[in-house]
Design a binder for this molecule. Structure first.
Ligand code: PEP
Ligand code: MN
Length: 338
């Protein structure tokens, strides 16, 4: 349920309304917008009398919300959320590019790529230390050693780092990681979401490859209901009928749809969405055009030798050329590249 308060409300009356709502068993989410204040009620609102609330003189309107996600809903929080990762901002006109290898392989590889993506204008450095691989015989990532190499890259370049967490037991290795990534395969690992939410770090929540937009927003709700408001969504392609020509189908329509449903920033990963290096640039520009708040792009110094996802990884010079074009698109759409 959403209660919109009149502007210039009287503070004691507002406080007494909030305490009455709490006494009715409601959790009250307060959103102070520029022009209005909204109280979002979370809990069983079936016994709340909307007419009674409407009759309170500081109340402008009351409406019931049908969506199952509340804290992630734009109805509860009309203004765009901006998530800060180190000194980088994502959302509400702030555009961030996360770039780096699929997986951390060795020190020379990580540092070479980090320097190159930084020089081309990336705002965050990505790299997988714990890798979710379809085959147990494939390279599984360097684990903690991989995280240490990412931290080295961060110290050298100043870029905040984002890397995937697959198991809450590894959280102790993530102290110096700036943003935790929940991968597509773990989007509905609810225990992992609950544990990750307790750590006070921004989370990049990738869309599950078979997940609906509502399921994705419900996973964001898990993180938020456990106390973490700093969630960035990432569309990375979903399974549809054609897997012959592209690895997944990039659901670009999800960007404006989520933008209507939620205040959370949303970015696009064209690398996993297509699985093809030659499609990354056009899909990136398309993502900017439809309102994405950022991009996550795989870059490798020797894509043909990459231990993981080489076919979709850009060489550093291809990434630099993409960044030049992306800048024009970002400016043309009135946003600012971090
Ligand atoms: C990744 O970012 O390397 C990754 C495994 O992504 P996803 O979870 O989207 O497949
Ligand atoms: Mn990958």
């Amino acid at each position: 349920m959403i209660i919109t308060l009149k502007s210039n409300q009287n503070t004691p009356k507002r406080e007494s309304l909030i305490s009455w709502l709490k006494s009715q068993g409601m959790r009250v989410e307060i959103s102070e917008g520029e022009h209005q204040t909204i109280l979002g009620l979370i809990g069983d609102t079936s016994k709340i009398d909307t007419d009674l609330i409407c009759s309170v003189d500081i109340v402008e309107s009351v409406s019931r919300v049908s969506e199952p996600f509340k804290k992630a809903s734009r109805k509860f929080h009309p203004d765009n959320t901006v998530v800060k990762v180190g000194s980088t901002r994502i959302g509400n006109g702030h555009f961030a590019v996360m770039a780096g290898p699929c997986s951390v392989e060795n020190e020379a590889q990580v540092l070479t790529i980090a320097r190159a993506v930084k020089a081309a204008g990336a705002s965050l450095f990505r790299g997988g230390a714990y890798k979710p691989r379809t085959s147990p015989y494939a390279f599984q990532g360097l684990g903690k050693e991989g995280i240490d190499l990412l931290i080295k890259a961060k110290k050298e370049t100043g870029m905040p780092i984002v890397t995937e967490i697959m198991d809450a037991a590894h959280l102790r290795f993530f102290d110096d990681v700036d943003m935790l990534q929940i991968g597509a395969r773990n989007m509905q690992n609810f225990e992992l979401l609950k544990q990750v939410a307790k750590v006070n770090k921004p989370v990049l929540l990738k869309r599950g490859m078979n997940s609906s937009i509502e399921e994705w927003l419900m996973s964001a709700e898990y993180l938020m209901s456990e106390g973490n408001p700093n969630v960035v969504l990432c569309e990375r392609g979903i399974r549809t009928t054609d897997s012959k020509y592209t690895r997944n189908t990039l659901d670009l329509s999800a960007i404006p749809v989520v933008g209507k449903l939620s205040h959370l920033p949303i970015i696009v990963d064209p690398s996993h969405a297509t699985g093809r290096r030659d499609l990354v640039e056009s899909m990136s520009l398309g993502a900017i055009a439809v309102g994405s708040n950022g991009l996550q792009i795989e870059v490798h110094n020797q894509p043909e030798k990459a231990l993981c996802d080489g076919a979709q990884s850009l060489a550093p010079e291809q990434f630099a050329s993409l960044m030049t074009k992306a800048r024009t698109f970002i400016q043309a759409t009135g946003r600012e590249l971090n």
